[in-house]
Design a binder for this molecule. Structure first.
Ligand code: NAD
Length: 354
């Protein structure tokens, strides 16, 4: 059934988005536009130099730098960051980096009421969402709340020119997964659907050119535009089987986030395409076949194709399938443990889906 026949809710899109080249120079004005005056700049240790440069450029609007963001938003890091935020007399955060740094920004926001200006430098897509995942004692908890969304997102193409090719490809495939799952989500709506289609199309057109020439600004802009659209799609819909499986493999088996998404995507999308007409547009974008077309696209880009290459053993697949069916969640195609076991086997071997 189409979204129009079924009816829909369009929740509005609350985040202010500034997109372009050289937009980093406007971050101080964006902070002031929010009525805030002292921004703690966040980054990972690897991007500390960029964070220091941004803090210097912010001048009086900077409250300093906290450059200890880590993957999976460990609560211990957040506690240190909140202490630094309070000690600096900050009233907002500027997160400069990928999903890990933006996750830290969201974690600070939930504890302090800070405003958040996110400046994404990968395509993973945390910046437009109301989702915060945090880890403590080996457990990951995820929650959603509108207050978690950054107030402002500044996309600057210049910041992505140096993103290494492997991270470019993997975080882009991660983003495409957001767009695809938004199309068959129970709370899908036609506006987010348009955004998801255009986002995936932008990746299809731009990504091969970026892989060929990493500093092709036009192609980088197209890909970053796709990242914005797919992040928005993730932020306003409920995710299904694909994100659930990626969560299981990351959370219970320690597999790396973006690579796991990249490998699973052709298999989960192909599996669901057999049961819904909502992926017809995606089939057209990828040459007629959702699963096969995405797999071919990933292979052309040099993306990882086999879960086996990430260190997962064949024996792990039974346990992963068992965990994946423990809780029920929305998905357009009903499935049992055997279906998931077969899907994981194909992804583990790197087989091309039909
Ligand atoms: P990341 O943020 O962990 O970054 C990986 C590494 O790349 C870091 O060392 C970072 O400093 C470096 N890096 C980032 N941008 C760079 C650039 N332009 N040039 C050079 N190096 C750069 O990776 P990610 O894939 O962006 O994010 C993954 C994390 O985000 C996961 O923890 C995932 O769960 C989370 N995530 C959350 C949401 C959400 O909505 N809450 C959405 C997507 C991803």
């Amino acid at each position: 059934m189409s979204a129009l026949e079924g009816g829909f809710v369009f929740p509005g899109i609350s985040t202010r988005v500034v997109f372009g080249s050289g937009t980093l120079a406007g971050v101080a004005a964006e902070v002031q536009r929010l009525g805030r005056h002292r921004a703690l700049v966040l980054s990972t240790p690897g991007q500390a130099e960029d964070a220091e440069a941004l803090a210097a450029a912010l001048g009086d609007v900077s409250a300093g730098v906290f450059a200890e963001a880590e993957m999976h938003t460990p609560v211990a890091v957040t506690e240190r960051a909140v202490a630094a935020y309070r000690a600096a007399g900050a009233d907002c955060v500027v997160a400069l980096g990928g999903g890990s740094t933006i996750g830290l920004g969201k974690a600070i926001v939930t504890r302090t009421g800070a405003d958040h200006v996110a400046v994404p430098t990968t395509y993973a897509g945390s910046e437009m969402t109301d989702i915060l995942g945090e880890t403590e004692g080996g457990y990951k908890t995820t929650r959603r709340d509108a207050s978690i969304r950054p107030e402002t997102v500044v996309y600057d193409v210049d910041l992505t020119l140096g993103l290494p090719t492997a991270m470019t490809v993997n975080s882009a495939l991660n983003a495409i997964a957001h767009g695809i799952e938004a199309l068959y989500a129970p709370d899908a709506n036609p506006v987010v659907g348009m955004m998801a289609h255009d986002g995936v199309r932008a990746f299809r057109d731009g990504l091969p050119r970026v892989v060929e020439s990493a500093d092709d600004r036009v192609a980088r802009a197209e890909v970053l535009y796709g990242a914005w659209l797919c992040s928005t799609a993730l932020g306003y819909t409920t995710m299904s089987l694909h994100h659930k499986l990626a969560h299981v493999l990351g959370g219970s088996f320690g597999l790396p986030h973006a690579e796991t998404h990249a490998i699973l995507l052709p298999h989960t999308a192909g599996f669901n395409a057999a049961a819904t007409d909502r992926l017809g547009g995606i089939a057209r974008i990828f040459g007629g076949s959702v699963g096969g077309g995405l797999w071919d696209f990933a292979q052309t880009l040099g993306a990882p194709l086999r879960l086996a290459d990430l260190g997962l053993t064949e024996a792990d697949l039974d346990r992963a399938a068992g965990i994946a069916v423990q809780n029920s969640y929305a998905n357009p195609r009903p499935f049992g443990e055997d279906d998931i076991r077969a899907l994981l086997q194909a992804a583990w071997e790197g087989a091309r889906p039909e």
